[in-house]
Each structure stands twice: as C-alpha cells, then as structure tokens.
Write a protein that binds this ligand. Sequence first.
Ligand code: ADP
Ligand code: MG
Length: 335
Amino acid sequence: MSGMDGLALATRGLRKSYGSRRALDGLDLSVPAGVVYGFLGPNGAGKTTTMRVLTGLIHADGGTVELLGRPFKRGDRHRLFEVGALVEAPTFYPYLSARANLRELAASGAPVPSKRIEEVLDLAGLCDRANDKVQGYSMGMKQRLGIAAALLSDPKLLLLDEPANGLDPAGIVAMRDTLKALASQGKTVFVSSHLLAEIQVMADVVGIIAAGKLVREGPLKELLSMQGVVKVRVRPNLVDAAIETLAPLAPAERLTETDRDEGWLAVRLATDRAEEVNQKLAGAGIYASGLESGTDLEMLFLELTGGQGPSGGEGAFVGLGGLNGGAPAGKGTAA
Ligand SMILES: Nc1ncnc2c1ncn2[C@@H]1O[C@H](COP(=O)(O)OP(=O)(O)O)[C@@H](O)[C@H]1O
Ligand SMILES: [Mg+2]
C-alpha cells in the first residue's frame, strides 16, 4: 500500500459494529515504527475494539489493517508471533509461579530460549517474586506478568490495551521506562489509555479517537506546542462584552465561548499571556472569577470527555501552563 512506508501499523477505514452499535467508524491510524504511540480516547471510544481487531480476536466489518508493512487479513493470526499483545485480562495458572507460567507459555508458542524468560521477568520488574504463585499476586503484578508474556517472543510490535490499569504510581513509572526503552531499541509500542496525563508522560506520538474515529494524530511535542489556551470566567451577562474586549488579543476564530451559562470563554493564546487577558478585562471593568490555562490538547480531551478532566474531574485544566516544558509534575498518575 502506498503512503504507509515506515509505519509499523496502519489502519484505513476500519469499521466494526456490535449489532446496531457502531464501535469503529472509519478509523485511520498511522503508527510509525520505533515509537511509543499513545492511543488515547475516552471510555467507549473504541480502543479495545481496535486492539481486538489488530490481534485477530474479532473481525472488522470493513477497512484494512497493515501490520509491519504487510496487510493483515482474516486467517493471518499465525502472523501474530511478530506481535506481542496484552488485550484482554491475561489468564495464568494461579497455582503456578510467574516463571512457571512463562515456561508454559513458551512451550506452547514459538520456541523461546530459556534466558528470554529471565529477561522478560526483569523487564517487567518481577524478578523478586518470580517464584511466587500467581494466585497471591496483586492486580498490578498480574498486569506486569501480562506484559512479560507479551514480550516473550521478542516482538517488533507490542500492543497494550490500558496496561496502566491496576498499576500503582511507581508501577506506572516503571512501565513507562520499560516501554520507552523498548522503543529506543527500535520496537514499536502501541499503548492505549483513557487518561491524557498518562499518555503524555510516555508517548512520542499520540492518536486521539472518539466514537470510533480519529480526531487528532501526531508527534506529542507538536501537538503540545500548538497554541495554548487560556480559559476565563466572567459573569454570564458580560460574555458578549468580554468577547468584544478580548477581540484585539485574538481573532474571532480563536475566541470562543465554551459555556455561556457559566460564563466561560476560551482564548487560543500562548499560556504565558493569561495575565494580559486578565488585565484587558479588568481594564474594561470586567473582573474574571476564574482563569485557567492549558493546552489545546487538554481542551480537546476535556471536550471529548464531556468536561470530565482527564486526570480526574474539575480543575484538571488548572495550572498546567508549564506543560509545554515537560511532564506535568505530580499529576495524573492515579489511574
Ligand atoms: N462485545 C460487545 N458487544 C456490544 N457492544 C460492545 C462490545 N464491546 C464494546 N462494545 C461497545 O463498543 C463501543 C466501543 O467499546 P470499546 O472498544 O470497549 O471502547 P474503549 O476500549 O475505548 O473503552 C462502546 O460503545 C461499547 O459499549
Ligand atoms: Mg477498553
């Protein structure tokens, strides 16, 4: 297929319905090789459905999938030895240890050298507990074992569906480091999450989906360095006056009312210009009762999630003005 060079994974026009419910509605994804790709979308957006199609667990109603440069078709499940996946909650023998479970898996799949088992236990941070029975594992440890299992065949492409679920903050940090290290070795990591903050700290490239469609895709740095957004709240009856007052700061298409009833306006403006917004309004006798700044990406995600902050509700937008400079300190690790 043309235009897909250098992509480890691509979907074009992917469609899938469950009865009358449309889960994927013409999904186009372009995942470059050798990156951590954050597949982000609110709950119900179609992430798991996509993962299930990509791993051959279900068939799409239409569209195409290309894995590692070749079309992936019905009946191609044998090709999945090139792909490691953690999609459904992995099942393990509870009465066996992690190490013994991985040995069982290795025996049932493509042959793996026994030192590989030790490598993946190490990568997943399970060495200390590798001889303990899995039935005593926490959800986070089972999740790590799932990641270890997905890595067993040393796949070029790794598909992980919400792998941070059930991990504690330290576990998420460890996983982020593991995934980044894999990408730096040339592997492609396709990882989903419903939390923007989680994806922001690990992904090189981000794809945002909503209602089974791609909404935004690109390098995280590029998406974050786009114009920031300053949100300001005024008395609802002063919204029009505020828009007029702020007009010199931003052309009309960059100035929107996000919630007239509550008096919220959004100005697409570098976040360090929040002060100017405040000053202008005050100069016109309009006193802001709220002022927040963040990025376009956050605002987009807030809109997609119906105002529910990506890191847990109200105020998620506040104080993230420094996002362009790096990771949001101390935010969003709570899954
Ligand atoms: N087995 C199923 N039967 C019916 N509807 C489903 C099934 N799985 C998912 N859906 C629906 O498809 C949509 C996408 O779901 P899903 O892919 O699980 O989203 P996500 O993983 O992004 O939360 C949702 O509306 C969900 O309710
Ligand atoms: Mg899901």
